[in-house]
Design a protein around this ligand. Sequence first.
Ligand code: MN
Length: 714
Amino acid sequence: MRQTDLVERVLYYDPRADEAVLNKAYVYAMTAHGKQFRASGDPYFAHPLEVAAILTDLKLDVATIATALLHDTIEDTFVTYEDIKEKFGDEIANLVDGVTKLSQLELFSERTKQAENFRKLMLAITGDIRVLLVKLADRVHNMRTLGYIDKPEKRLRIAQETVDIYAPLAGRIGMQNMREELEDLAFAELDAEARNSIVTHFARLDMQSGDRVGRIADQIKRKLAELGLEARVYGRAKRPFSIWRKLQTKKLSFEQLSDIFAFRVILGSTPDCYQALGIIHTNWQMVPERFKDFISTPKPNGYRSIHTTVIGPEKQRVEIQIRTQEMHDIAERGVAAHWRYRERVPDQGLPDSATFGWLRDMVDLLERGDTAEETLEHSKLALYQDQVFCFTPKGSLISLPRGATPIDFAYAVHTDLGNTAVGVKVNCNHVTLHTPLKNGDQVEIIVTKDATPSPVWEKFVVTGRARAEIRRFLRHAQRDEHVKLGRKILEKAFTDEAREMTEKAMEKVAKKLRLPTASDVYADVGRGALRGHEVLEAVFPELKRAGKPPKSGGQSGGKAKPISIRGLTVGIAYTLGQCCHPLPGDRIVGIMSPELGTVIHTIDCAELDKAHDMNDWLDVSWGHNAAESGLSVARVLVRVRNAPGSLAAVMTAIAANGGNIFNMKVTSRNPLFFEFTVDIEVRDVTHLQNIVGALRVNDAVESADRVREAETAT
Ligand code: MN
């Protein structure tokens, strides 16, 4: 095909088409591909030109045809996105960019595991369905020329991918012809023997019975004409692949499989269709359960037609599809035809509303499925819209929730990558680490060996994995600090008592205090959970001082709580801190105050910073039966997807784990998430941990954390 042929083809169906753009794209792409060649030995440019030709069969708009011509330039030549944008504008540049991203992904998609990802990505990137149409046409041409590829394993991979991904996608957007061609080309590669046997069998049938298809078509046409209906009737044998699939799924032999012929009856109007149906059923016996009326109930992708199977004139089962020309057009060209028919509506602004229309088509088509299986798949699609798909520099696909940042990306790849990240390049440009990623971004994390995560990251990451890893790292870092500090405190305590702090002594302490190792002892001392003197006494009981912590001062007769606390004088009044909500199982401290009596705080409560006078500190712990003797209230901060059912899921998870919801308060809400605190009655820390754990694994829940900081208390 030459330049003028292509332009003429487009002008034939779209007289308003902008020839200049087509000519410019033709020359530009041809020049860019220069002396490149295809495996077939053809100049490379023959390929984009054929892809464009396939799309003219679908009567697509100028931008799509130009995109087809340019579709391999970014990937395979020195041409950049910016070049295309400058020469052809945003619309075409973005379309070419979309096709390029799909092609890059294709390079790295391994079968099976990646196939599903690939499909997701296609749909996520293909905000403009024209990208998908160009990609499908590209695949059609590559399949037509598949035989030129030398390596058998490469041919197999491409053929399998075609069956797994492209053919179903073509079918889903209503392009049945394309679907069948793709399947059949792939079939020839994947199982040439099976295909040959079917083709040979057809040939034999034809020899035996002559032009059976032609004869049956004539008979149908004649019967309709007798009653004044003018119709065009096409007959054909079904494609080898669809026959083969039937043989497989229905477990029938070829001889048993009767409906291998399909006829299309095209009429002038919808009432004519029903009349034709009546005539056909009157003349030939209808096969029960094969009748479907997609005219009164169109398929979600817009397909309309009446299907029926009858015992035909030659006692052979034949499938007949009855439809008007417009229905036929939509059946053949799917979503492309939709576009065409919409364009005919006068005064529809271009190109913005056209672009919007495409998007709506895509969403419409994909949101509704016609079988249960498809509906299921489509409900998954809604979820993909919450995701972004990005690439590593080597092309692996990483899928992340929408709003994810380079830090989320880094942790999704590997913990070490996250922990040592210092910067990032997205699509080769430096951006900040909290920049939200977009679909198709290529993300290169810059690392430095000794770098460590910043606590600030926790504020902007969106994935649970990144958050957990950052916390874990910071907790470990903090523990290291505590160990160091604890060791210093103990060294001084030992020195003060003129004792020596030996390894052996410390192991003994650990055992006695039921801590796993000596460094746990240091850590506990470092964070203030254990006092230096306690450790010393554990080694040297003779150092024990009588009446060590000041325990007096509480008024007796205060209202006793059901939860027993050791270390308090019997009858002393105490309350549990409203700041930190201590639970049985937490390490706790009592602080005496003249106004409140003794208040029990968790060891890490910020309120403790205010209690400087160590004489006010009481060494307390939970009684043996604290967990059994009553319920405590714990506060949990939950962040859920802002979606129907999220809240109910949280309630259910809490109740299912024996928690009783006491109080709830929404703290923030945005289109993606909302956050609330929930007060839950629990027995102890373990019980709470079970509940929080159950929340964290719940799909609706983004994060769930116990609230212990004073500033978040009401
Ligand atoms: Mn291509």
